[in-house]
Design a protein around this ligand. Structure first.
Ligand code: 6GU
Length: 232
């Protein structure tokens, strides 16, 4: 049975920012093949204000602007009235960190909305009542949630069966088994005295696998020991 394609609707004040990331390489090919659909929605189109504004001053007098609930509710409603969504994700730095395990789960869903956070944040009632999950992509602050939405979308789409020609390749990615990938090499076997490890030229499949696993472990211990500690 053919897997239904993934549909991702992104609600943003900067749709122009998101055309680039989906117009190339694996993601573009997956869309061209019908594995995924991505729709960009300009939040300002759902403003009823004559200036198309989507933010306002915060109650309580903090500095900065806050995204209001009304245009967001209308944007989400216009989508959910057409089909049901498996997740409505809000991208914001003050949220749980996105990881491969979450990417794997999201890649099994059919319809996803991603609402891109902006300004000082969004009216808390959006977070309490309209979204189903919140994600940050790491412990640093971006100027908006669009790049995070692009990261999340890319990581989902590359996992779809058929998106990558070599199907084993997504499964052998770094993080899939809590290990970083082992080093890889290509020709020439000797570049100015820097040699490719002998074992890789040996043709010994079992020994090569054993070597790759050992290298992956060594690399993870050195660069990301935390991955070996938490069994997720
Ligand atoms: Cl999802 N949004 C913003 N603005 N900054 C971030 C982020 C998201 N994740 C990490 N930094």
């Amino acid at each position: 049975m053919k897997r239904p394609s993934v549909r991702i609707d992104i609600i943003t004040v900067l749709p122009e920012l998101l055309n680039g990331p989906f117009s190339h390489s694996i993601v573009k090919r997956a869309i061209d093949k019908g594995l995924a659909e991505i729709y960009l929605h300009n939040l300002r189109d759902f403003s009823t204000d004559k200036h198309r504004s989507v933010d306002d001053y915060p109650y309580g007098g903090e500095p900065g602007m806050v995204m209001g609930i009304e245009p967001i509710e209308r944007a989400i409603q216009s989508l959910t009235s057409e089909r049901s969504y498996d997740e409505i994700i809000f991208t914001t730095p003050d949220a749980p960190t996105y990881n491969q395990k979450t990417a794997n789960r999201l890649s099994t869903l059919e319809n996803i909305i991603i609402l891109c956070g902006h300004y000082k944040g969004v009216d808390q009632r959006v977070r309490d009542h309209l979204v189903t999950m919140e994600l940050s992509i790491g412990d640093y602050v971006l100027s908006g949630g669009e790049i995070a939405a692009a990261v999340i979308t890319d990581s989902i789409i590359r996992l779809l069966p058929g998106a990558i020609s070599d199907t084993v390749s997504a499964l052998s990615d770094s993080y899939q088994d809590n290990l970083l990938s082992p080093p890889v090499y290509t020709r020439p076997a000797n570049f100015k005295g820097w040699k490719v490890p002998e074992i890789l030229l040996s043709g010994h499949a079992a020994k090569i696998d054993e070597w790759k696993h050992r290298k992956a472990l060594e690399k993870t211990k050195k660069l990301r020991p935390d991955l070996l500690e938490d069994e997720k």
